[in-house]
Write a protein of this length. Structure first.
Length: 336
């Protein structure tokens, strides 16, 4: 890899002059346009790239952001990660991506790893029900923002969806279509995001004067297996639900798998809305109704907030991004 010293030697120009030109300070240093053009052209020909690590050490910055997600195979987080990388790249920052695998202990290890890599800021979709291990990051004054999942009492800022409204609107849509036995296939009840979505579901039932059936609220994880097992459980009750609200897309995949295995069809046997949207859901037969989260916007705002704090030392303000209810063919009207 060509270096500043090598370029200076090849062109018989001082290292300081080459450095100023390549750092965009040629005019300020009154270096002639001809010299600047010569250096820039040669640097491009030899494939010169600045040593960001060395530059970071000198400036006490590494120009990297850490990104930790629970499951990169989850399309929601994959899309978010792609958008975070895109926005970071615009500001000449690189992303170090790690996957916690929905495991709190692994998450703690990854936090230490990120700190060891001296990232300038950290974007995290946390797992579990504890956040104390993130306090070490805050004590070192490293900018930190949660995405999607969060702990409102931690004081750590977050970018997430309007989870309550999303679940409330989805449940209300099912009620408008005549459904009164609506099952909620949930993630861990210790997760604040889950609590907000559950509250939206319960309040929609309450507003419609529908008694809550506790046996219809099941599930403990954001996983396909949880969706599969929980769905089989509720659909084999003596009085099964006529509709299901799946807490996220992985749970939704499990619901679809269970319905197929039981030899049932959507929406004839059971209506379905999934909290998360994916392109393929509009291609299935029937197409699946969803609560669309704006993961692109969440990622964009997280990066902008982190970089603003890094550059200007501003505090990050938490934000909830509106969701959109997408009505497709998986909800059937039934008479009361």
């Amino acid at each position: 890899m060509p270096t500043l010293k090598q370029i200076a030697k090849d062109l018989n120009i001082s290292v300081s002059t080459v450095s100023r030109i390549l750092n965009g300070k040629g005019k300020k240093s009154r270096i002639s346009n001809a010299t600047a053009e010569t250096v820039l052209k040669y640097a491009e020909e030899v494939g010169y790239a600045p040593n960001l690590i060395a530059k970071g050490l000198q400036a006490t910055q590494t120009f990297t952001l850490g990104l930790m997600v629970p499951n990169i195979a989850n399309p929601f987080f994959a899309i978010m990660a792609k958008n975070i990388e895109r926005w970071a790249s615009r500001e000449h920052y690189s992303i170090i991506l790690v996957d916690s695998g929905e495991d709190v202990e692994k998450e703690k290890i990854q936090v230490k790893t990120m700190m060891g890599r001296k990232v300038d800021g950290l974007i995290v979709a946390p797992v579990g029900d504890a956040y104390q291990h993130f306090n070490k990051i805050r004590k070192q004054k490293i900018p930190l923002v949660f995405v999607d999942r969060y702990f409102s009492d931690s004081g750590i800022p977050y970018m997430t969806s309007e989870n309550y409204k999303g679940a409330f609107n989805a449940t209300s849509e099912l009620i408008r279509n005549g459904h009164r036995r609506i099952s909620l296939i949930s993630g861990s009840p210790l997760n604040e995001l889950v609590q907000e979505r559950t509250k939206g579901y319960l309040d929609a039932l309450k507003q419609a004067n529908i008694e809550v059936a506790e046996e219809l609220i099941v599930g403990t994880a954001f996983s396909v297996q949880n969706g599969f097992e929980s769905t089989k459980c509720v659909l084999q009750l003596k009085k099964p639900p006529t509709a299901i609200l799946a807490m996220n897309n992985l749970i939704g995949f499990g619901v679809l798998k269970a319905v197929k295995e039981l030899g049932l069809t959507i929406p004839d046997a059971v209506s379905l809305i999934i909290f998360d949207d994916n392109p393929y859901l509009s291609l299935l037969n029937p197409t699946i109704s969803t609560v669309r989260q704006n993961s692109e916007k969440i990622g964009e705002l997280a990066v902008k907030a982190i970089l603003t704090e890094i550059k200007k030392d501003f505090n990050i303000t938490s934000m909830k991004i509106p969701t959109e209810l997408i009505i497709r063919e998986s909800v059937r009207y039934i008479s009361s």
